[in-house]
Write a protein that binds this ligand. Structure first.
Ligand code: MN
Length: 313
């Protein structure tokens, strides 16, 4: 998964205005894109919102059905720096392989977390026989002091699950309502999947120091009296004590949030950095086959070269 535009965080308002006693939310339509042959809806980064907490990239993958194994996901060897990749599957299976030697099949209901730090490379491929794919891949920007941390790989199969009224919640990272996910964090964040099988109306308590976003993955969702379509991200900003969710029927959504990220980052290709020179060095290191990013044997999708950096042309 990668982004080809250089995105720098700018000073966007963090607090959504209150009008007639009701918090106005920012609507961000995810844009259609393609990753390794699979249709995705990219909600972050967007022109109007780069980060939500440290969450700096959000692809809703599928849902899609392949007619044969040959048409599945195939992402060749590529590097990352300065971020964690966070993969959550709803349907299907993906095989992760990385330059540390980890080989892990990702299944629905599990969080796959790769901390890139100063450099790692990996491949992401469909598993033979798994002809459906639905999920999300997010990136988390590492704080300045952790940008060069050792690369590592973590996989979480047991996550807190609990009911919020008629909503079934799975806590993917962080804390919520007295529950704590085991997922490694470098700064305070939350990620939670919400599913519901019937019409519902539910108020959930949130932390005023966090900013939040919510993305419907299936079905429409009403957030604080505003209707969101599938793949329409709502930015709720900071200073909320609670959020009211409602729906006319079954659905699924992803809630993300965190302390507003401290510092400006540039997101380009598969790199996140606090200084553009770090992206230039990483690009040169990868394209010159430096040992920094290790090696992966016989990647099914080949080895992906970094494109030329737009600001260096
Ligand atoms: Mn990747």
């Amino acid at each position: 998964m990668s982004t080809t535009k250089a995105d720098s965080e700018t000073a966007l308002p963090r607090e959504c205005p209150v009008i007639d006693g009701r918090r106005e939310i920012q609507h961000i339509a995810a844009r259609a894109s393609d990753v390794g042959g699979i249709p995705v809806a990219r909600a972050l980064p967007s022109k109007s919102r780069r980060l939500i907490g440290a969450w700096c990239f959000l692809d809703h993958i599928g849902p899609t059905v392949f007619d044969t194994d040959a048409h599945g996901l195939r992402v060749g060897a590529h590097p990352h720096i300065g971020l964690q990749t966070f993969t959550w599957l709803i349907e299907g299976r993906i095989l992760h392989r990385d330059s540390l030697g980890f080989e892990q099949e990702i299944r629905p209901g599990q969080v796959n977390l790769m901390t890139a730090g100063r450099g790692i490379s990996h491949t992401e491929d469909s598993v033979a026989g798994a002809t459906r794919l639905h999920g999300a891949q997010l990136w988390i920007a590492l704080p300045y002091q952790d940008r060069d941390t050792d690369p590592r790989f973590d996989h979480y199969t047991e996550l807190p699950r609990f009911a919020l009224g008629d909503i079934e919640a799975t806590l993917l990272t962080g804390e919520f309502g007295g529950h704590t996910a085991p997922t490694l964090q470098f700064c305070p964040l939350v990620g939670m999947e919400l599913t519901w099988g019937t019409a519902m109306r539910q108020e959930i308590e949130v932390r005023p120091e966090f900013e939040y976003g919510i993305l419907p993955l299936a079905g429409a969702l009403t957030v604080s009296s505003e209707r969101l379509a599938e793949n329409e991200l709502a930015y709720l900003g900071i200073s909320n004590d609670s959020v009211e969710l409602a729906s006319d029927g079954a659905g699924r959504a992803l809630l993300i949030g965190g302390i507003p990220f401290d510092g400006a980052v540039t997101i380009w290709w598969n790199f996140v950095a606090h200084d553009r020179a770090d992206i230039e060095r990483a690009t040169d290191d990868w394209n010159s086959h430096s040992e920094r990013f290790g090696h992966i044997d016989a990647p099914a999708g080949g080895r992906l070269d970094a494109p030329s950096i737009p600001w260096r042309r």
